[in-house]
Design a binder for this molecule. Sequence first.
Ligand code: SAH
Length: 189
Amino acid sequence: MRAVERHRFVDSALANQAYEDTSLPIGLGQTISKPSVVARMAELLLDAPGARAGGLGRVLEIGTGCGYQAAVLSCLAQEVYSIERLRGLHERARANLRPLRLANVHLLLGDGMLGFPAGAPYAGILVAAGGAALPPAWCEQLGVGGRLVAPVADAAGVQSLQVVDRTAQGFTHTVLEAVHFVPLKSGLG
Ligand code: SAH
């Protein structure tokens, strides 16, 4: 977390709040997640049943936003594919990440509900937007030993962080603490 300067990812008017543990607006009605949540999700990925001591293999992030979490993941994974449905944010993330020259981060414009089959199988899939259910494509694109970490909303709209592990025997599903993410939406914005 110390390796990635968060103030580079928010508007200069918000830079003085960049090191507080709060989410901040990044435009187009979206927010950069708070650092403790970014760290929590990254730790969960590193604890995947198949994770190696040397770090993760290929990771898919759904919801690039400003690119902050992709930059954090680039320190932990061999390759990071990060997909965003809003062109404005996809381009902003590209501009934010350019000076960092992270050769292992691949930004994609598209509907993350379909995952990104070309990069599969993934050691980890991290979702930064909350939907009512987990799209089947995500679990299908998870490698054996891989882990999916995603916020999922219940019927009342209350989100919880959920973990799906893929083992040789099948999938195991764990529900963790309550969280608050922007909504997962289908199609391009
Ligand atoms: N990890 C980001 C958090 C951005 S907020 C960061 O570090 O800044 C979540 C993002 O998910 C928003 O930008 C939103 O547009 C995007 N999103 C929502 N539904 C999506 C979908 N189906 N595919 C791709 N991105 C999606």
